[in-house]
Unconditional design. Structure first.
Length: 149
């Protein structure tokens, strides 16, 4: 599975939402597995569907990170509903922009709502590195990269 790189147009466009019934029917189970493999093979901690050239509102995160925080490792139609005013700046990289690292200012805490890979609605608070990864991947689904920051 090839990682889509800038300046590919798909990385600058908002991805399309996925019907919940399609998720419940398991239509994306194989894609999720493939995305997790591609993320690991490229030493990433997150990967959005548009980063592999697919216009879908889906991303995966590292399973160890997900397990540490007791959250899913696949997210459909995610939306950040709240950002803390407290922020911090850390250097970020992106699989779609090889060898490019830049300090990015992000909220320390967020509230996220999404649909998990079983089609269940989920809502939770995230902080620290998990919050940063979720913001980075949700940005991808909204057509933003770290170069836009």
């Amino acid at each position: 599975m090839e990682i889509t790189k800038l300046p590919h147009a798909i990385l600058g466009n908002k991805t399309r939402d996925i019907p919940v019934q399609d998720i419940k029917d398991g239509k994306y189970a194989e894609l999720i597995l493939d995305m997790k493999k591609a993320m690991k093979a490229n030493n990433g901690v997150g990967l959005a569907a548009n980063q592999i050239g697919i216009d879908l509102s889906l991303f995966v995160i590292d399973s160890k990170l997900a397990n540490e925080h007791n959250v899913p490792d696949a997210y459909f139609n995610s939306e950040i509903t709240e950002y803390s005013t407290e922020r911090d700046e850390l250097e970020e990289g992106c699989l779609s922009i090889p060898d490019y690292y830049i300090p990015v200012l992000r909220a320390k805490k967020i509230k996220l709502k999404a649909i998990d890979e079983n089609g269940n609605k989920i809502k939770f608070k995230a902080r620290g590195f998990l919050a940063r990864v979720l913001q980075h991947e949700t940005d991808h689904l909204n057509g933003l990269t770290i170069k836009d920051k």
